[in-house]
Design a binder for this molecule. Sequence first.
Ligand code: ATP
Ligand code: MG
Length: 256
Amino acid sequence: MSEKGGTCKTTLAVNTAAYFAQKKGARVLLIDVDTQGHAGKSLGIDVRTLRLNVFHWLTDAAVTLDDVLHPTSVPGLSVIPAYKELADLPLALANDERRAFRLADRLEKLSPRFDVVMFDAPPSLGVATSNILMATDEVVIPVATTYLALDGCAEMVTTVEQAGKTHPRGGPRVLLVVPTLYRKTALADEILAKLRHYFPDRCAEPLAMNVAIDEAQSHGKTIWDHAPWSRGATLMQTIADDVWARRPDAALPKSA
Ligand SMILES: Nc1ncnc2c1ncn2[C@@H]1O[C@H](COP(=O)(O)OP(=O)(O)OP(=O)(O)O)[C@@H](O)[C@H]1O
Ligand SMILES: [Mg+2]
């Protein structure tokens, strides 16, 4: 989650979800909660042609999980895609006092089917993001190592912490801050040093710029399928392993 656009939210969500399924043997559900539909697109799904997606699942009680759930080419990874309709979510839920809890309520009923549920958030705060905050226990914040990024990160941490006030289970916590789009420049190193100072126990290794990561997305593939031996895959694996190691133990299977 991050309010800033283009900070690698989708890239991290898709590849980490695939890593947990493929390499750790977890049953993973990835829910796209962004009108851009990039999580589904990154996994090779033509989200424009789907009759039902996450919007319908959240706004129409007659739409079931199986109506919107799609298997992917990654064994163990399913996705609920999103698309433009999601822009109508604030309007569709305007009269519902529990509008921020739609996702949490829907997920409560499907828990035995998955070991991990992950969300790809939009680059904005609003009803969609509120729904994620009420449904999740952990938040990962990618921070581009560019000017103004630190400012956005601090605000995001505050938003996550404030969500605890209305959260049924005490509120999500910031699991990890991930420096992204890293290039070896003086400015990027300065930002990296500050992130490590502010989050001494929760700052991941930086995800450097790597063309294989970009290419994988454009082919509708994960980095593990597109270029498993690339530097991008190595960097991504370090981050995915870090998230995996920090997960709450109880609900998850042992590593495969
Ligand atoms: N490590 C990387 N090296 C090179 N390109 C990258 C890397 N990580 C992400 N990208 C590219 O940067 C772009 C933005 O990434 P991504 O879509 O994951 O960001 P986002 O935070 O989800 O964006 P939005 O806020 O629009 O949802 C994509 O084209 C992606 O392929
Ligand atoms: Mg995105």
